[in-house]
Design a protein around this ligand. Structure first.
Ligand code: SF4
Ligand code: SF4
Length: 353
């Protein structure tokens, strides 16, 4: 077990309102306190010898102190990367070039691309977004910055898996990552749903694409796993995630999503009140209990061979968060309106078997 990475959910601010976005913030978006980030990085380096920081959001560059946070990160000897919608790429490169130490410590930028064409991508992420991602990718090429294309895959765009692979290759991405959609508790879930069987076919196509292209293709945690007691990077403590309120969370998929009343906590504590190591101790207890309960379910035969074999889905269900089941999305619904009020009811789409 080695804590290598610290990931920070910097801000809920974002210019987009993607239909699969996990964030469901109040009208006033939050920003993670810069002092908490600095203190966590210091402790992470001193105690764990962590060496890498990841920044997510929202759109991380919209944190009012984004550049200061990057400078703190670099001054403490960390390398860093961020996930971005690409809209501020021109500004970002200007600021990286102003102070080359920022760029020297940056390992890559992950750009979100949800379709192989404008119609598909913009239909999910909003008009004009596709062209901005392509522009961001060419800026990365121009400035010799490694970039990763990340696609959240689901019912609506799964037919474009191969086309997205070709596009990412053509753009010069260092890697293509296909992430499995998790439900958000909004009515959009219905149009994203795939059955476990359909997900297995998606995985098969990703594997075949990976064997065909020279481009590295990866899939983060979430997809079907044959081993029920499989341990993900957060469960192995390879990565500690700090949410926008300063809580040590299991991972970004748990952060800020609706939770059923009375459900188990997935948080180790708030870093304003507890140290990183104290909070980590609590997270280890939470993980151990989750694994014990899973083992019990496996022994009792209540661990089903459909959705429970998808590790993140089991985990989200266990902690009372939105998750998939045989019928579609289950668990708590989003209780607040999405932040730009994009709440017109969508059309029902057929379930892909
Ligand atoms: S998923 Fe879309 S709306 Fe949500 S933070 Fe990312 S870019 Fe913004
Ligand atoms: S949702 Fe649970 S199983 Fe999935 S990566 Fe996060 S902590 Fe691990």
């Amino acid at each position: 077990m080695a804590v290598e990475w610290l990931t920070f959910h910097l801000t809920d601010r974002c210019q987009l309102d993607c239909q699969h976005c996990l964030r469901d913030p109040e009208s006033k978006p939050k920003d993670l306190d810069r002092a908490i980030i600095r203190q966590t990085l210091e402790e992470g380096k001193r105690i764990y010898r962590a060496f890498h920081a990841g920044f997510t959001g929202g759109e991380p560059t919209l944190h009012p102190e984004f550049l200061g946070i990057i400078d703190d990160t670099v001054a403490l000897g960390f390398t860093w990367h961020m996930v971005s919608n690409g809209k501020t790429a021109a500004w970002l490169f200007e600021k990286l070039l102003e102070k080359p130490s920022r760029k020297d410590a940056m390992t890559s930028i992950t750009l979100s691309l949800d379709g192989a064409d404008e119609e598909m991508h913009d239909g999910i992420r909003g008009a004009g977004s596709y062209r901005e991602v392509l522009r961001a990718a060419s800026l990365c090429q121009m400035h010799d910055m490694k970039f990763v294309i990340q696609t959240v895959i689901h019912q609506r765009n799964q037919h474009q898996i191969e086309a997205i692979g070709l596009l990412a290759s053509q753009l010069g991405a260092a890697r293509l990552s296909f992430a499995m959609t998790v439900p958000t508790g909004t009515h959009f879930d219905e149009s994203f749903y795939l059955t476990p069987k359909a997900w297995r076919r998606v995985m098969d196509r990703i594997d075949r694409l990976s064997a065909t292209l020279k481009l590295t293709i990866s899939s983060p945690e979430g997809f079907w796993n044959q081993q029920p007691l499989h341990v993900c990077a957060p469960f192995a403590s390879q990565q500690l995630h700090i949410d926008v309120d300063g809580n040590l969370e299991l991972c970004c998929q748990h952060a800020g999503v609706p939770q059923q009343e009375g459900a188990r906590t997935s948080q180790g504590g708030n870093l304003r009140e507890k140290s990183l190591t104290e909070s980590h101790r609590s997270v280890l207890g939470i993980i151990q209990q989750a694994q014990l309960d899973k083992l019990e379910a496996m022994t009792q035969g209540s661990f089903d061979q459909g959705w429970d074999e998808f590790p993140c889905n089991w985990c989200l269900k266990y902690f009372g968060k939105p998750h998939w089941d045989q019928e579609g999305a289950a668990g708590p619904g989003a209780t607040r309106e999405r932040w730009r009020g994009a709440w017109s009811k969508g059309k029902s789409l057929p379930i892909v078997q």
